[in-house]
Design a protein around this ligand. Structure first.
Ligand SMILES: Nc1ncnc2c1ncn2[C@@H]1O[C@H](COP(=O)(O)OP(=O)(O)OP(=O)(O)O)[C@@H](O)[C@H]1O
Length: 252
């Protein structure tokens, strides 16, 4: 299907955020379409995390709008935005370190959970079956009873993915989900992500590593100093010498 023919799930329109005199989101307009993996790239301090925080309701915009399936979500508390189907992971993962892997995933499905979805009040047995399926898909079955704190780095990353899978959210915002993964874990991550996207999930990823950007992106949104400089095919964005200078200037 053509990019333009896909449903716009999330529409960011003229979005602005100031911290005092500092404008960190500068009139950003960006559509995220169903079944597309959009990668947010840009130098440090470009405003990528701020954009995630604005979408999820952890920050309130200074101006502009964010529409989820046609309806504004600006001003809603973050838990209500999550319930509507927008879930996120964090760079620092934010797992329950002293709970088991299984419990970490189960808590997402508790009715009181901030990621609880309408219709998710399923019986404990069904929930446990669902957790088992998710752990199998993320390669964590043998670690179900291990505490999160005792997992290896890659396993912790997969646990954070398992938690977002359990939320049944339609849109995933992932903060550097593949950074630091070894080659085989990275390949497994990519396969899992693609299967989820095939299954109807829409994804936005913050990523610094260019190899990962190339590997995962259907679309790249390039931010610099709060301004969206490009939102296009990966090929076109990556071949733009002006953007390359900004990107690599930052890495130097
Ligand atoms: N709560 C805050 N108060 C004041 N300034 C902030 C706050 N949060 C972020 N900033 C500033 O906003 C700008 C954008 O930060 P942000 O974390 O969104 O960038 P980023 O693109 O995610 O960077 P990185 O790639 O380093 O994580 C930075 O200049 C940062 O210092």
């Amino acid at each position: 299907m053509n990019y333009e023919d896909r449903e716009v799930l999330l529409r960011i329109s003229g979005l602005r955020k100031n911290f005092g005199g500092l404008q960190v989101t500068n009139d950003v307009s960006l559509d995220m379409r169903a079944g597309i993996v959009t990668t947010l790239v840009g130098p440090n301090g470009a405003g990528k995390t701020t954009l995630f925080n604005l979408i999820t309701g952890h920050l309130k915009p200074t101006g502009g709008d964010i529409l989820w399936r046609g309806t504004s979500i600006v001003g809603l508390p973050h838990w209500q935005i999550a319930r509507q189907g927008i879930a996120r992971t964090f760079q620092d993962l934010r797992l329950f370190d002293h709970m088991t892997v299984e419990e970490n995933v189960l808590t997402v499905m508790e009715p009181v959970s901030w990621l609880w979805q309408p219709g998710g009040r399923v019986k404990r047995r069904e929930r446990e079956d669902k957790v088992a399926r998710i752990l199998a898909r993320t390669g964590l079955s043998s670690k179900a009873r291990s505490r999160a704190i005792d997992l290896a780095y890659a396993e912790r990353k997969f646990l954070s993915l398992a938690r977002i899978m359990a939320s049944d959210a339609r849109m995933w915002l992932l903060d550097e989900p593949a950074s630091g993964l070894d080659r085989s874990s990275y390949d497994r991550f990519l396969k899992l992500l693609r299967a989820e996207v095939e299954g109807g999930v829409t994804v936005c990823i913050i990523e610094h590593n260019l190899d990962i950007v190339i590997g995962v992106s259907d679309r790249i949104a390039f931010l610099d100093q709060g301004t969206l400089l490009a939102d296009d095919d990966p090929d076109r964005v990556l071949k733009d010498p002006h953007l390359a200078a900004i990107y690599f200037g930052d890495q130097a």
